[in-house]
Design a protein around this ligand. Structure first.
Ligand code: OXD
Ligand code: MN
Length: 630
């Protein structure tokens, strides 16, 4: 074996033996190549054992990548002040010359140029460090959904995060048949040179290069988990491409179960929401059950639409998690159980503090800026807040009391009956609308997803940003083909989930939100009832909406609130011109993002626009619920 001598010189006999036991030449080649190229002083190989998990956490602490806190099971990790989010510019696809034309709308770099650049950047990058090799699975292990993955990194924080976020899969690798041994994802990562705070310093050389042709991702000179943790967003891009070739789907979706106690039934929903559109809060609606909060794989298993949560834990945004709005997560973060906090403030009491926590923060402590006190300014003269708005928590999902254990642990996933696409606009989309069929749902609900910028985001307020399937950052092959694959996925299935759109952000004439945050429970239960054939609906030019009396009943039942006819009429009015404008924006976005989008898709939107225009002629620009009859 080409790298045997080298690997033996960098590994204990035990680590080498663990690697050799896999009898997987491609794993050996991957580890050997980067052992030579990145040149760490030593390499530790992990199995699925409890001791290895503990060792990784202990190393993260010993090396100062994580810090102890007041509770023994809590640690904190700080990323560089300038490495606090996904680096979209430096994240590129490595594309063979012959595929460049097809991939040109995606942020791509020609393969030979890109591979030379990333290999130059990573030559010797691990010198002086101990690296670690880990085996994980996307999805449950030993299941029809499993994608085995190998992570090679010099960041023990990355390794520790992955132990919390994914199912460990050394044993899965051991059991792989010869015919399967080629098919896994590979992630090579280095935090690069570190400063005295253990932060990556060469951010000008920060790169995330994704090779979907060979299922390998190179990530250099970063630490923020969205840039560094291979199994999170890098793997998602590889999986989207792979699923496109193999006829399944990888979606940026939560999985949850709506619980109907009266009828004694559990109905599984998946949901895609661009950020700040209510994704986690929908997955965590009180009284319902959660299976996953971020990424789902869908497969047709014996004619059934089934989904698994790809992950084992949450890398959640901590801002605004507080006892009132997010009691389940808040309670778990305040317990002495394993959590990695990132980019929060740690006060003199050793406790974490963050924005929107609902607890008074101390005047000093340590955060992503370093030693912090109230009013301190960064080198650009900006006052540094107590924590970064993208500060996070990394925690196992099964700590939550509202976990759906049955669905979470199932090797064949859960049977999905409803899909929610949740956008954010102040004046167009109704709170909930059902699609008459799957294709309509994809083209009119999923493809048209938009979020509207608020005063909390940078830039102008009220701008609508298109985000088809809430997946636009991760779609790794042309958008038009991805859309077609979404449409075709259900071909031949016995039962197809119903698709719904949601919008929790409609504002009244006074500019204020109309319903409380909890109203999403009512919309969910209307959808749940529809799936089981229980409520009547009114037609609109784009789908079906609830009747007033059903919502009155649901608001009373779930929230003990009165729901007025006036509010109903306002919320569920169909706004023709606004919808036409929305479809025009979607068309323009597709034309720009993937000029090769099949004509049939544009024709479909043109037909929808014509239908709405005809409705406007007949009924006026604003159509009250119940008034439209085709
Ligand atoms: C994201 C995330 O950026 O889940 O989508 O962290
Ligand atoms: Mn996400």
């Amino acid at each position: 074996m080409k790298y045997e001598k080298l690997l033996k010189s960098k590994m204990s006999a035990e680590s080498f033996e663990r690697l050799a036991a896999l009898k997987n030449p491609k794993v050996m080649e991957f580890v050997g190549f980067f052992a030579e190229h990145c040149d760490p002083d030593s390499i530790y190989v992990c199995t699925d054992s409890e001791e290895d998990m503990k060792y990784v956490r202990q190393q993260a602490l010993a090396l100062g990548e994580e810090w102890p806190m007041r509770y023994p099971n809590h640690t904190v990790h700080w990323d560089s002040y300038y490495d606090q989010g996904r680096d979209k510019n430096a994240t590129k696809y490595l594309v063979y010359k012959e595929n460049l034309e097809r991939m040109k709308a995606l942020n791509s770099i020609e393969y030979e140029t890109g591979i030379k650049e990333i290999l130059d950047i990573s030559a010797g990058i691990m010198r002086g460090k101990q690296a670690v090799v880990l085996f994980f699975a996307e999805g449950p292990t030993e299941s029809p959904f499993t994608i085995p993955c190998v992570q090679f990194t010099d960041s023990w924080y990355v390794a520790h995060s992955e132990y919390i976020l994914y199912r460990s899969a050394y044993n899965h690798f051991l059991k792989m048949k010869d015919s399967e041994k080629d098919d896994f994802f590979r992630f090579i990562h280095s935090a690069g040179r570190l400063d005295e705070n253990n932060n990556s310093v060469d951010l000008d050389k920060r790169r995330v290069y994704i090779d979907t042709q060979n299922n390998i991702v190179y990530s250099m000179n970063n630490q923020y988990a969205g840039n560094s943790v291979g199994l999170k967003k890098h793997s998602m891009r590889l999986a989207i491409n792979k699923s496109g070739q193999e006829g399944w789907l990888c979606e940026h979706m939560f999985i949850m179960a709506a619980v109907n106690e009266e009828k004694n039934r559990k109905t599984y929903f998946c949901g895609a929401y661009p950020s700040a559109c209510g994704k986690t809060s929908t997955a965590m609606i009180p009284g319902e059950l959660i299976v996953g909060d971020d990424i789902a794989y869908f497969r047709n298993i014996n004619g059934e639409f089934r989904a698994v949560n790809v992950e084992n834990g949450m890398f959640g945004i901590i801002k605004d998690v507080n006892a009132k709005d997010d009691p389940v997560i808040f309670k778990n973060l305040m317990k002495d159980q394993e959590v990695i906090f990132s980019n929060v403030l740690v006060g003199p009491d050793g406790m974490p503090y963050w924005l929107g926590m609902g607890v008074e923060a101390p005047d000093e402590g340590r955060n992503h800026f370093g030693k912090w006190h109230r009013g301190v300014k960064d080198s650009d003269g900006n006052v540094v807040d107590i924590a970064h708005p993208n500060a996070r928590y990394t925690m196992r999902l099964d700590y939550l009391d509202n976990i759906d254990k049955e669905g979470f642990e199932s090797k064949t996933g859960v049977k999905v009956e409803g899909i929610l696409y949740g956008g954010r606009d102040s004046d167009t989309t109704v709170p909930i609308e059902e699609s008459p069929n799957w294709k309509d749902g994809i083209l009119l609900k999923a493809c048209t997803l938009e979020s509207e910028t608020t005063s909390a985001t940078l830039g102008a307020e009220g701008v609508r940003v298109s985000n088809p399937m809430a997946n636009i950052d991760f779609v790794s092959y042309p958008l038009g083909q991805y859309t077609i694959n979404n449409i075709r996925f259900v071909d031949g299935m016995r039962e197809v989930p119903k698709i719904f759109s949601t919008n929790y952000f409609m504002r009244g004439r006074d500019g204020k939100f109309i319903t409380s945050k909890l109203a999403k429970k009512v919309w969910l239960h209307w959808a749940e009832g529809r799936i089981h054939g229980e409520f009547d609906a009114y037609e609109t030019p784009t789908g079906r909406i609830p009747k007033y009396e059903d919502l009155v009943m649901l608001f009373k039942k779930y929230l003990n609130e009165d729901f007025s006819k006036e509010t109903y009429d306002y919320l569920f009015t169909f706004r023709c011109s606004k919808w036409i404008a929305k479809l025009e924006r979607t068309k323009a976005f597709y034309a720009k993002t993937d000029p090769n989008t099949p004509k049939e898709i544009f024709d479909y939107w043109d037909a929808a626009i014509a239908k709405i225009a005809a409705a406007k002629e007949k009924y006026g620009d604003e159509i009250l619920p119940g008034a439209y009859h085709g």
